[in-house]
Design a binder for this molecule. Structure first.
Ligand code: FPP
Length: 233
């Protein structure tokens, strides 16, 4: 099936949604949904890499997510540390570079340590980039960029130069955004970068997301004609 791909997006961004509902439907605590969600992340990395995607980014924890019950926040943080600590050798083996974007302020020390180690261990990998948005907010990213600009003393700037102040300046803008669980919102994810991104929404809950669903999103992308505000001649 993968041979049928002819126009693979360079950057696929994902809003992983529906973990809580997945658990609730099974009468399980929400944390179980996040655990299954972590497995879906692994499947997605594998298929994206196989398909030739160069950047895969996932929205793991927003600045707003701190408002969830403490038990759930702690469980997500522990899952992330566990994920980083156990999966980084696999990422390295597959030549995948792990990166994070978001505000470091407010993240627990144990998480920061794992993040730094994971980034360092994979820094020489030059295959796919796997970006985890953690303590991330699109508005905060823009505000942080503005503050960096003010600090640098620049008094006038255009869009191209502005992008150099975002969290990962070399990251291309997403070609395709996937959001699971039927919600049709951007929810403060990459507000600057999503300007011309194709949006794909699926009813599938994130823990059920698999290779087939990823390929469906890629076929949707292939069927789109991107004009970037211009007309086709
Ligand atoms: C959204 O579902 C999911 C999250 C906010 C957490 C995502 C975190 C993981 C999948 C953990 C592992 C991550 C990595 C990168 C290994 P929700 O809880 O908002 O679901 P609901 O809308 O059904 O309540």
């Amino acid at each position: 099936m993968i041979d049928l791909l002819y126009k693979v997006p360079d950057h696929v961004a994902v809003i992983m949604d529906g973990n809580g509902r997945w658990a609730k439907r099974r009468g399980l605590p929400r944390v179980f949904g996040h655990k299954e969600g972590a497995k879906a992340v692994e499947r997605t990395i594998r298929i994206a890499n196989k398909a030739g995607v160069k950047w895969l980014s996932v929205f793991a924890f927003s600045t707003e997510n701190w408002g969830r019950p403490e038990e759930e926040v702690n469980a997500i943080m522990s899952l992330l540390v566990e994920y980083i600590n156990t999966k980084v050798p696999h990422l390295k083996r597959d030549n995948i570079r792990l990166r994070f974007m978001g505000r470091r302020d407010g993240l627990p020390e144990m998480i920061l340590k794992s993040m730094d180690e994971g980034e360092k261990m994979t820094q020489d990998c030059d295959g796919m980039n796997f970006v985890v948005a953690l303590n991330y907010s699109g508005k905060a990213e823009i505000v942080d960029a503005v503050n960096k600009i003010i600090k640098s003393g620049v008094s006038k700037i255009d869009e191209k130069d502005f992008a150099k102040y975002l969290y990962i300046p070399e990251m291309p803008e997403p070609d395709l955004l996937i959001r699971t669980s039927g919600e049709k919102r951007i929810s403060n994810f990459m507000l600057w970068e999503l300007a011309y991104t194709e949006l794909y929404f699926t009813e599938v809950l994130w823990p059920d997301f698999n290779e087939e669903e990823f390929l469906k999103a890629l076929y949707f992308y292939q069927s789109r004609e991107r004009r970037f505000g211009k007309v086709t001649v």
